[in-house]
Design a protein around this ligand. Sequence first.
Ligand SMILES: CC(=O)SCCNC(=O)CCNC(=O)[C@H](O)C(C)(C)COP(=O)(O)OP(=O)(O)OC[C@H]1O[C@@H](n2cnc3c(N)ncnc32)[C@H](O)[C@@H]1OP(=O)(O)O
Length: 127
Amino acid sequence: MTTEERITSSETRIFKAVFPNTTNHYDTLFGGTAMQLMDEVAFITATRFARKRVVTVSSDKIDFKKPIPAGTIIELIGKVVNVGKTSMKVNVEIYTEQMYSYERERAIVGDFTFVAIDELKKPIQIL
Ligand SMILES: CC(=O)SCCNC(=O)CCNC(=O)[C@H](O)C(C)(C)COP(=O)(O)OP(=O)(O)OC[C@H]1O[C@@H](n2cnc3c(N)ncnc32)[C@H](O)[C@@H]1OP(=O)(O)O
């Protein structure tokens, strides 16, 4: 499989309903919960790309562009955007979808870097 094919096939999408247990006192998705979900989808994407053990080494700037109201659906999309020697960068976007219409907008975006490691937790080549 080429790198491009691996990038395409490892793109990962997760849907969640924004229920009250994930919201804050503004009745919007709590930022910390959003970041946890983003790290998780980024981890799954990196693992599906490398098919090796990976750990998060860094997260870049995360932009919270729009609030995510309770009672909406969110879609998280993880995509590998850069492949280094032992590290790779995964871009994560969160889209908000209304439940009863087709209205949809990009709400949060950020990048996460992962390193592939061996049994001794030492960095190894991604590819
Ligand atoms: C899924 C989870 O829950 S993981 C839990 C949270 N994460 C962790 O616990 C990881 C803790 N950190 C570590 O174990 C170590 O720092 C490791 C294994 C990730 C890296 O070990 P190091 O000895 O620092 O690695 P090293 O300096 O050789 O760098 C390895 C790669 O990471 C990159 N890298 C290291 N630090 C950073 C950083 N802060 N930002 C971006 N890239 C980085 C390097 O550029 C290098 O990339 P390349 O090989 O593609 O050129």
